[in-house]
Ligand binder design. Structure first.
Ligand SMILES: [Ca+2]
Length: 477
C-alpha cells in the first residue's frame, strides 16, 4: 500500500504544479543546498543508444528478457514519462552534458548532419543551422564534478565532436573529445555514431588493443569495472554511454539462437531483441561489480536512452527515432540510489535528459554556476519523494531532417497530459491527450482550438526566449 500511495503522491505533485500554472521559460536555478563532502555519492550514468521505451521487460515487453535492468528497477525508481531532450543522439547528449536545451545550445541534429538549409526534394522548408558539436566553452557536468574532486571517466559512445571541418575550419574532432570536456579518461569516445561491427569495433581510435571476438558491450563493461575498481576509494563519475542498441544488429550467438524462435508483438527484429539482452547481460556485470566493490550503497546510478528506437517495436507509441511523436522521444529511465530512493517505486512526472545536469550537481552537493540558464530541473525531490518539480511543461525543438527518416521539421510541448506538436512545413499543429491516447491517434487540435492556441503560443514564446534557430525557406536552385 505504501508504494501505491507514493506513486499517487508523484502523480498528485505533477497535477498540482499544472493547476498552479507555474511558468516555463528562462530560469536560473538557485537555492540548492550543499551537502557535506563526505556524503557525496559516486555517480554512474549509463546511456543506451537508440533504446526504445518498450524495449525492456520491466517496461512491459514480455518477449525481451532484461533481468538485470529489471532488478535495477526493482531496487530503485522507474520513471514512466521520461523523455530524451531530442529525437536523435547528439542534441540529447549535449543537453545531458550542459543542462541546457538543444534549442538554446543550437545543437539540434545528430553530428555531422546536413549543412544548414538542407531540404530533401519537394520539401517546403529547409533545415535550421546546427552547431554539429559541443563547443569547449560550455562548462560540462564532468568539468563541474572534476573540479569538485571527483574522478571522471568516460566509456563508450560520445558523438559530441566533429570529425569534419566546420564552416571552413580544420577538423576539430581530436580537440573535442571527452578528455577535453572534463573527463580524466576516455575509452571509446570519439566522433562517429555507431561501430562498423560490435565484434570488431576498432575503427574507433581510442580502442587500440584488440581482443579477438569480444562483444563491444562486454568490453565497455570491462573498462567500467576497471575504472570503478581503480577509483573505489574516492568519489567518481562514470559515464558509460553504450553503443548498443544502435545498428548494426549484432549479438552473441547464444542470444541470437534464443531469440530466433521468438515471435510476436514486442519483437520486430529478432537480432535487435537479442542485442537488448546482450546489453543487459553486460550491464549485469557492472552492477555485480558495484556490489563486489561495496560501492552500490554509495552510488547514484541512472540508466536511460538518448532517443527512441529506430526500428524496434515501439507500439503502443507512435513514431520512431527522428520524430517528435512519443516513439521518437519517450525513453526508459531508472534511478537506483540506496537510502535515498525507495526501492520498487515508479514516478509519472514528466522528466527529460536536460534534468540530469542539475540532478547530478545536487546529488554531489554542488550549486549551479551563477548566471547560467538551466533548462533542466533537479529531479532529486522526485527521487526522495520530498516534493514535485517547479515547472509544468517540457519542450522540444527539432528543426532538422533525421538521417534515414522523412520527418517533418517541428517543435513540441507537453503540458500535463496534453502534447502539442508544431510543424514548420505548413504551420499546422497536432494536439494529443496522452492520458487517453498514448499512441497519438486522435488529433484534438480542431476540437480544442483554445487549448491548442494557448499551448502553441507558449511553445513559440519558449522558442523565442531560447534563441532557437528556425527552419529556412527552401532555396531555389
Ligand atoms: Ca541515438
Amino acid at each position: 500500500m505504501r508504494r501505491i500511495s507514493r506513486r499517487t503522491f508523484c502523480k498528485r505533485v505533477a497535477a498540482g504544479a499544472a493547476a498552479l500554472g507555474l511558468s516555463l521559460g528562462r530560469r536560473t536555478a538557485q537555492g540548492i543546498s550543499k551537502q557535506a563532502p563526505a556524503g557525496r555519492p559516486n555517480i554512474v550514468l549509463i546511456l543506451a543508444d537508440d533504446l526504445g521505451w518498450m524495449d525492456l521487460h520491466c517496461q512491459g515487453n514480455n518477449l525481451v528478457d532484461t533481468p538485470n535492468l529489471d532488478r535495477l528497477a526493482g531496487e530503485g525508481m522507474r520513471f514512466t514519462d521520461a523523455y530524451a531532450a531530442a529525437p536523435v543522439c547528439t542534441p540529447t547528449r549535449a543537453a545531458i552534458m550542459t543542462g541546457q536545451s538543444p534549442a538554446r545550445l543550437g545543437i539540434t541534429n545528430h553530428a555531422p548532419g546536413h549543412p544548414g538549409g538542407f531540404a530533401p526534394p519537394g520539401a517546403a522548408v529547409g533545415e535550421a543551422d546546427n552547431a554539429k558539436y559541443l563547443p569547449l566553452k560550455h562548462v560540462t557536468i564532468a568539468e563541474r564534478l572534476k573540479a569538485a574532486g571527483y574522478a571522471t571517466g568516460f566509456i563508450g559512445k560520445w558523438h559530441l565532436s566533429c570529425r569534419r571541418g566546420h564552416r571552413g575550419r580544420p577538423p576539430l574532432e581530436a580537440g573535442l573529445r571527452p578528455e577535453h570536456q572534463g573527463f580524466d579518461s576516455n575509452v571509446g569516445g570519439c566522433d562517429y555514431g555507431g561501430p562498423p561491427s560490435y565484434f570488431d569495433p576498432y575503427r574507433n581510435p581510442t580502442i587500440t588493443d584488440r581482443r579477438a571476438g569480444e562483444y563491444l558491450p562486454e568490453r565497455l563493461a570491462d573498462e567500467s569495472i576497471a575504472f570503478m575498481t581503480a577509483h573505489r576509494d574516492r568519489p567518481f563519475f562514470l559515464a558509460l554511454w553504450n553503443y548498443a542498441v544502435h545498428y548494426p544488429r549484432q549479438a552473441p550467438d547464444d542470444l541470437l539462437a534464443k531469440y530466433s524462435k521468438r515471435k510476436g508483438r514486442g519483437i520486430k527484429i529478432q537480432a535487435y531483441a537479442a542485442m537488448i539482452e546482450g546489453l543487459d547481460r553486460a550491464l549485469g556485470r557492472v552492477f555485480k561489480a558495484l556490489d563486489a566493490l561495496n560501492l552500490a550503497d554509495k552510488t547514484l546510478l541512472v540508466f536511460t536512452s538518448d532517443n527512441g528506437s529506430l526500428d524496434g517495436d515501439n507500439r503502443p507509441l507512435r513514431g520512431v527515432k527522428g520524430y517528435l511523436y512519443e516513439g521518437g522521444i519517450r525513453v526508459p529511465w531508472i534511478v537506483r540510489w540506496p537510502g535515498k530512493v525507495e526501492p520498487g517505486t515508479t514516478c509519472t512526472t514528466p522528466i527529460l535528459s536536460t534534468d540530469l545536469y542539475p540532478t547530478m550537481l545536487q546529488a554531489a552537493g554542488l550549486a549551479p554556476e551563477t548566471g547560467k540558464v538551466l533548462d533542466g530541473e533537479s529531479i532529486v525531490p522526485l527521487l526522495r519523494q520530498t516534493g514535485g518539480l517547479q515547472r509544468d511543461a517540457i519542450t522540444w525543438h527539432y528543426p532538422n531532417y533525421a538521417f534515414h527518416k522523412e520527418n517533418r521539421l517541428g517543435s513540441a510541448i507537453r503540458e500535463g497530459r496534453f502534447k502539442l506538436i508544431k510543424h514548420y512545413d505548413d504551420n499546422s499543429v497536432e494536439l494529443y491527450d496522452l492520458g487517453e491516447d498514448i499512441g497519438e491517434r486522435n488529433d484534438l487540435a480542431g476540437s480544442l482550438p483554445a487549448k491548442a492556441r494557448r499551448m502553441r503560443e507558449r511553445l513559440e514564446r519558449w522558442l523565442g526566449e531560447s534563441g532557437a534557430r528556425m527552419p529556412k525557406r527552401v532555396l531555389k536552385t
